[in-house]
Ligand binder design. Structure first.
Ligand SMILES: Cc1cc2nc3c(=O)[nH]c(=O)nc-3n(C[C@H](O)[C@H](O)[C@H](O)COP(=O)(O)OP(=O)(O)OC[C@H]3O[C@@H](n4cnc5c(N)ncnc54)[C@H](O)[C@@H]3O)c2cc1C
Length: 435
């Protein structure tokens, strides 16, 4: 039987191992499995590496997660809001469906812009900024969507395509827009309006449950070289492991960096890939119930973070009694450099400015996580570059898998599915005796 090995024990690598019909070995550079779905426990405050909620859409993945987490799964309705410092108010998320509470002049801009966009006299959109205007109109674009896009993606939406949008940015009818502008309607929109989260252990409970169903996970094994022709992966400690097929969940630019004999145009394509990074600044606060929300979005440039969340409201078991927890996400990239120096102090200042913390609040614990690969950026060359790199890898029996192997905007369920599909491809090749 051909031997497949797996690089990376995030959800996609774990899922690939789980679905492979042959024994395999997984090599992971960190000391624990889980990748982006790990959580950190500091004095009983549990923080994810960026808050992670589950909203799987296909029934297979739903059943798989239920099987893995069993009773440790809580179903909730999302409570997400947007903070407007300029108007000293919060409105419900998503912005376009809940204009109620904003100044009349803003609501008027948004309704008129939306109405004009419905006439669709302009040509079809060519980039993400045009897509926003085409679907929502000038008012919604100017008041929220364009500033928020710039903040999270770190590049202007004009430079991005909108292939990734799918149903992530909820669209709506004129009737729904008016309904949300005239009333404080609690109607939820969006594909994650309901979600699951573990009662215990943070999101890491999921990779933990997976890991116990899988053998041969080698931790602390950082791959530093991939010999494409001789078909071996070499690790930092000098060990070489030969393979017939390699499932790689590593970020594409890393795989290309480690691989030898890479054609120059593939190298160039890899160097052109864009992603942002995220600092997660996590705080444990000695005050109860500082917020009833799950998430709050910040689109105004004066705040460092684009989103904050309250882990205590995902599960009370993430936070010691009489305390609260806040997790903030700050995106950065070569296009938007953010220094890590004093970042916690700057976050606390911003939280005080937003009246979320009081100046005399006691910060009991704090932590900064740096997610180097957070979101891939869909620049205009994204598809062309990814296809070229994938073609080279697949020709050489390397199967790119997961959020950063496929280089797509994958949620946890997509990453699980990517591992499953990759394993099934290999199972099929094996069953036909193909190398
Ligand atoms: C801030 C943030 C918030 C998110 N929130 C959600 C959410 O709410 N809901 C949701 O569904 N999804 C969310 N996601 C997406 C989710 O995290 C991913 O889809 C999923 O975790 C990706 O899994 P993966 O296995 O493909 O990649 P990863 O988790 O990145 O796994 C790759 C693994 O490879 C290892 N590795 C890297 N280099 C080497 C090397 N040289 N040698 C060996 N091993 C190596 C890494 O350590 C890692 O363990 C979020 C992502 C981010 C960034």
């Amino acid at each position: 039987m051909p031997k497949a090995i797996i690089l990376g024990a995030g959800l996609s690598g774990l899922s690939a191992a789980y679905h492979l019909e042959q024994d395999t070995e997984i090599y992971e550079k960190e000391k624990e499995a889980g990748g982006l779905c790990r959580s950190i426990n500091i004095d009983d405050f549990i923080f994810d590496y960026g808050p992670h909620i589950l909203f799987p859409k296909d029934s297979y993945t739903q059943e798989l997660i239920k099987k893995l987490l069993d009773e440790n799964l809580n179903f909730q309705k999302r409570e997400a809001y947007i903070y407007h410092r300029l108007y000293d108010t919060y409105t419900r998320f998503p912005f376009q469906s809940h204009l109620y509470g904003l100044p009349v002049s803003v609501v008027k801009d948004c309704i008129l812009g939306f109405y004009k966009a419905l006439q669709k006299t302009e040509e079809k959109p060519r980039d993400y900024e045009e897509w926003i205007h085409w679907n929502f109109g000038e008012g919604i674009a100017r008041h929220l969507m364009v500033p928020y896009a710039k903040k999270i993606w770190t590049v202007p939406p004009k430079e991005m395509n909108f292939e990734w949008v799918w149903n992530r940015v909820p669209r709506l009818t004129l009737e729904e827009l008016l309904e949300g502008a005239l009333h404080d309607t609690p109607k939820s929109f969006g594909f994650n309006k309901e979600f699951w989260y573990p009662y215990y252990g943070g999101i890491q409970a999921l990779p933990q449950a997976f890991s116990s169903a899988i053998q041969n996970i080698h931790l602390g094994k950082e791959v530093t070289k991939i010999s494409v022709n001789k078909k071996y992966a070499e690790f930092k400690d000098g060990q070489k492991v030969y393979y017939e097929r390699l499932i790689s969940t590593l970020p594409l630019p890393e795989v290309i960096k480690y691989a030898d004999e890479v054609p120059s145009q593939v190298k160039a394509a890899s160097e052109a890939l864009e992603n942002n990074s995220v600092y997660c600044v996590n705080l444990g606060i000695e005050r109860e119930n500082i917020s009833p929300f799950h998430y709050v979005y910040f689109y105004e440039p004066e705040f460092l973070f684009h989103r904050i969340s309250y882990p205590m409201n995902f599960s009370a078991n993430t936070t010691p009694g009489s305390c609260s927890s806040v997790s903030t996400e700050i995106s950065y990239s070569p296009h938007k450099k953010i220094s890590r120096e004093n970042i916690t102090d700057r976050v606390v200042e911003d939280l005080i400015k937003a009246k979320i913390l009081f100046p005399d609040d006691k910060i009991m614990v704090s932590d900064v996580a740096d997610l180097k690969y957070a979101y891939i950026i869909y620049d205009k060359q994204h598809r062309k570059n990814v296809d070229l790199i994938h073609h080279f890898l697949k020709e050489n029996s390397i199967f790119p898998c997961g959020r950063f192997g496929e280089w797509e905007y994958f949620n946890m369920d997509h990453s699980l599915n990517s591992g499953k599909i990759t394993a099934e491809q290999i199972n099929q090749l094996d069953s036909k005796g193909n190398l």
